[in-house]
Write a protein that binds this ligand. Structure first.
Ligand SMILES: C[S@@+](CC[C@H](N)C(=O)[O-])C[C@H]1O[C@@H](n2cnc3c(N)ncnc32)[C@H](O)[C@@H]1O
Length: 322
């Protein structure tokens, strides 16, 4: 796989984002995209196999069951772009079904070089595929893909795993509208969305018994130590998952176990933490099936089909750009 990379030195932007997030007056926060360094991407792969995290299995079941139908509904010829592909394991179902009909160019778009490398290992054995990875933010990568579009070619965008849920509801609609603006009428978006479920199920999924999600979250502090020359003492922070009923989301936080000061040299920052104070690191919003259709409509898509898993409330939505 060829990989286009334009992120030779992430640190200045990372240092600035850490400064901005940890100096917020009411709630300290860190952008969730920084959870995915090499360790974080590997840990996410483990999370996706945990018994408590039914989300990935539901996504995979729907893709396996409906891949042929999805492919038959697409305007062809079509190139496939995947936003935040991760390892690409689930994507195999779609790509194999498509490659039976046409030679297929697949563009995984990822900020994590480790995830891009996993994706290549996972998918490069498929017949009639060529893979061109972009180490970019979602929309920058999609713009590059659109620039490579050949005359008469359509684009299928995959946004799986309910990664849309990491945006708050308004930002999610804005993001979908930005994707729509890059596409042309008749292009499609396959959007995975995790649906509302019991608090007990959600808390188990985001705070598993083995502590893998806790390690995934705490790794963000190790990453800041490694890349920004900081002195977070990981034994003085703990992972917390909590339901936010107002926003219908699960939030991940890192809670300070004591009053402490942390120095982050590359950000030029000494941050005070009170005992019990948290850093908000990720939100995962949960949806109703009807709400997903409304979001899609507002963003300029019509929903061709919505499939819902019968074991774990999760919807796969095939959306067509209008
Ligand atoms: C929740 S994981 C989902 C992975 C995979 N799509 C799945 O369904 O299992 C999100 C993925 O998006 C990538 N990612 C996060 N923020 C990103 C951004 N702003 N631009 C590009 N990729 C991003 C992460 O590296 C990670 O691999």
């Amino acid at each position: 796989m060829l990989v286009h990379s334009i992120v030779p030195n992430l640190s200045p932007e990372f240092a600035a984002d850490v400064y901005a997030g940890l100096t917020k007056p009411v709630q300290k926060e860190l952008p969730s995209k920084y959870l995915y360094d090499d360790v974080g991407s590997a840990l996410f792969e483990v999370i996706s196999r945990l018994p408590e995290y039914g989300l990935t299995r539901a996504d995979e079941r729907l893709l396996r069951r409906h891949a042929r139908d999805i492919v038959e509904r697409l305007a062809t010829p079509v190139a496939v772009a995947e936003l935040g592909s991760g390892s690409g394991r689930k994507t195999r179902q779609i790509l194999e079904a498509l490659c039976r009909r046409q030679r297929t160019r697949y563009y995984p778009i990822e900020i994590s070089p480790t995830a891009l490398a996993m994706c290549q290992r996972e998918l490069s054995d498929i017949d009639s595929i060529s893979i061109l990875g972009f180490e970019r933010e979602y929309l920058d990568g999609l713009l590059e893909v659109a620039a490579q579009r050949r005359a008469g070619q359509h684009i299928l965008v995959l946004f799986l795993g309910s990664t849309i849920g990491n945006f708050d509801r308004m930002a999610g609609i804005k993001f979908l509208a930005s994707v729509r603006r890059i596409l042309q009428p008749g292009d499609s978006l396959l959007l995975g969305t995790d649906l509302e479920k019991s608090s007990a199920q959600l808390l188990a999924a985001y705070d598993d018994e083995l502590g893998v999600t806790a390690a995934f979250n705490l790794n963000l502090l190790s990453r800041i130590n490694r890349e920004l020359d900081a002195d977070f003492d990981l034994s003085q922070f703990e992972h917390v998952a909590k339901i936010n009923p107002h926003f219908r989301s699960v939030e991940m936080h890192l809670r300070s176990k004591s009053r402490q000061t942390v120095r982050i040299s590359a950000s030029g920052l000494a941050v005070e933490f009170l005992e019990g104070e948290t850093i908000w690191t990720e939100s995962s919003h949960k949806y109703s099936p009807e709400e997903v259709l409304e979001m899609a409509r507002t963003a300029g898509f019509r929903c061709d089909v919505q499939w819902i898993d019968d074991q774990w409330p999760f919807a796969e939505n095939l959306l067509i750009a209008e």
